[in-house]
Design a protein around this ligand. Structure first.
Ligand code: 9MR
Length: 373
């Protein structure tokens, strides 16, 4: 047999693997290391759902036991026109989760950002009545939650309804329906699948104003007998935000409500960012080279700081593992991340735990080691 370059690479890879994983010892796996602490999740994109990203899928199977739909269940994807549903990708997503015995979260039922206009207007383009919008929300939720009843175990029912200062975001849902649109969304989701867990999910949850408002919102829902099981704290972080102590205060404040706390959508950007702590998708900025400092690779000292930042947060999550049910990364590899294109398009970011080569970064072993301390 002629030894081609591919063969040599395969042999070298196998040798490397057998050296890095001593016999009798299992390959390091995040989900195994954290199995007594909390679920370790990731967001699935179309390449995962349709099975084209085979290397990504292997990483997901090895390291994660919870999945969330990054985009395919958003209303503009699944019901872009009233009554016309595109379930194909979501069906694959749910099937993948079931086949691999993973905790499946649906994302998201009511979100101002990707809500198609038809929710709010008639054929003349005029705003419809409160009753009509409520009926449309109800149909959307009943259809989606009903289809995956008993299979999707938890839903991000309402996403990003509160601003950082604690005021309620003035969305079309709020404008036309009124403040009880949140309550109605939770009620409809519960009616559609009484067994499903229901969550409120938002970013910048370490901000005091937002923390207090979310606490008020959840108390109000609880007082009215509306089911809410958990609060998702999106973890879109940078090297200098959020303040880890403020983040901890929010974990405590949310857990004190008697609901589960989940760290959802975690990624830590290493790129300069003008706007501070936000994940507001409508923000944009123009590409400039100075805004893309690591296009050719990451300096060792930056990677060391990144490792420490991830470790600090995971140490915090471990400290509160009695309150935290799941920690979910917003994607698998640095190839996949939305951060490469937001708020500046075409940059090279490194916010996730697996590199562009699909290999675990050194930080993965550090996070695994934390569970042994
Ligand atoms: O990562 C998602 C990206 O691919 C989409 O283009 C974008 C708009 O739908 O949404 C991103 O995910 C967002 C999530 O759904 C809600 N919180 C903020 C996330 C990052 O923008």
């Amino acid at each position: 047999m002629k030894l081609t370059t591919t063969w040599l690479a395969t042999i070298a890879g196998a040798l490397l693997l057998s050296c890095s994983t001593p016999q009798n010892e299992e390959a390091p796996s995040l989900k195994k290391a954290y199995q007594d602490k909390f679920l370790i999740g990731t967001a699935l994109n179309a390449g995962h759902n349709y099975g084209t990203d085979t290397l990504g899928i292997a990483v997901i199977r090895e390291h994660f036991n919870a999945i969330v739909a990054e985009n395919c269940m958003k209303s503009m994807h699944i019901q872009p026109t009233e009554g016309v549903f595109f379930f194909d990708e979501a069906d694959h997503f749910v099937q993948f989760g079931e086949e691999n015995n993973m905790y499946i979260t649906g994302h998201t039922l009511v979100w101002h950002s990707q809500a198609p206009d038809w929710f709010f207007i008639n054929e003349k383009g005029e705003d419809v009545s409160r009753e009509v919008v409520i009926e449309r929300i109800k149909n959307h939720i009943y259809t989606l939650v009903g289809r995956y009843k008993g299979r999707v175990k938890g839903w991000d029912v309402v996403n990003e309804a509160i601003l950082d200062d604690g005021s309620w975001r003035n969305t079309k849902f709020k404008e036309i329906v009124g403040d009880d649109y949140i309550k109605l969304a939770f009620q409809f989701a519960h009616e559609a699948d009484p067994e499903a867990e229901l969550y409120y999910n938002d970013y910048a949850m370490a901000q005091e104003g937002k923390r207090n408002s979310v606490v008020e919102l959840v108390k109000q829902l609880q007082a009215e007998g509306i089911r809410i099981d958990g609060i998702g704290m999106q973890g879109h972080m940078g090297m200098d935000y959020p303040d880890i102590n403020e983040f901890e205060k929010s974990i405590d404040a949310f857990a004190a409500l008697g609901v589960k706390v989940m760290i959802t959508e975690m990624d830590i950007t290493l790129l300069p960012f003008p706007a501070g702590e936000t994940a507001e998708v409508s923000l944009t900025a123009e590409y400039q080279e100075k805004m893309n400092p690591y296009a050719a690779g990451l300096p060792a000292e930056v990677e060391a700081a990144f490792n420490k930042r991830y470790s600090d947060f995971f140490a915090l999550f471990l400290k509160h593992s009695d309150k935290i049910s799941r920690v979910t990364l917003w994607g698998v590899t640095d190839n996949d991340t939305w951060r490469n294109d937001w708020p500046v398009p075409g940059r090279t970011d490194y916010p996730l735990l697996f590199g562009r080569d699909y290999q675990p970064k050194p930080v993965v072993q550090q996070l695994i080691d934390l569970t042994k301390e």
